[in-house]
Design a protein around this ligand. Structure first.
Ligand SMILES: Cc1cc2nc3c(=O)[nH]c(=O)nc-3n(C[C@H](O)[C@H](O)[C@H](O)COP(=O)(O)O)c2cc1C
Length: 168
């Protein structure tokens, strides 16, 4: 099976399902090394006239070091109905294990970025904007209290989707 590039406006799947139910595998690459983590919060849309994906990464994630030290990241959506692989990438840190090697996923390298052969959707993204969330910006104080008892606020990354690939 091979990938086919499509225009973002021809993407027909529900982003609510893809992000919230299937989950995303975010991968950052720096100095030839790649790390990846699961994310189930984020979105896809249009910003500054470009097709974008936006994701949220907490400061303690090892993947953040990779994303902060490179031009972009990739987003892969795996064929993983029971969430076995995605749960692993969301439970274990790349600081402790080589998750990509242990999972058996196959890297596809493109312009210094890495996504995965096993994906059914893959996006190659370029960072446009990053901003750390701040407690004083919450109108909804309940969400602040519920999700950030340790004050480990996510950084939001807005990224241009340079290439959107789907499995043929
Ligand atoms: C379903 C699910 C969704 C997650 N979503 C996010 C997210 O959106 N942002 C985030 O920072 N961490 C999220 N995580 C947690 C990271 O995936 C997890 O801490 C991971 O082990 C980090 O790996 P790393 O240290 O190798 O980067 C999620 C975990 C799961 C299981």
């Amino acid at each position: 099976m091979s990938f086919k590039e499509i225009a973002p406006e021809n993407f027909e799947e529900s982003v609510f399902k893809v992000i919230g139910k299937d989950w995303l595998l975010l991968a950052g690459t720096k100095d030839g090394k790649t790390n990846a983590m699961t994310a189930s919060w984020g979105g896809m849309g249009i910003m500054w006239g470009k097709p974008v994906a936006f994701v949220f990464i907490r400061p303690q994630r090892y993947t953040k070091e990779f994303v902060d030290n490179s031009q972009g990241m990739t987003i892969s959506v795996l064929e993983d109905p029971d969430h076995k692989v995605m749960s692993y990438f969301g439970r274990v840190s790349g600081r402790d294990e080589d998750k990509i090697a242990k999972s058996g996923l196959t890297k596809v390298e493109e312009n210094g970025q890495v996504y995965f052969e096993e994906a059914r959707i893959a996006m190659v993204c370029r960072k446009l904007y990053a901003q750390e969330m701040k407690p004083e910006c919450f109108f909804d104080k309940e969400s602040d209290a519920k999700w950030y008892p340790n004050k480990d606020y996510h950084t939001m990354y807005v990224m241009e989707i340079e290439k959107l690939l789907v499995k043929e």
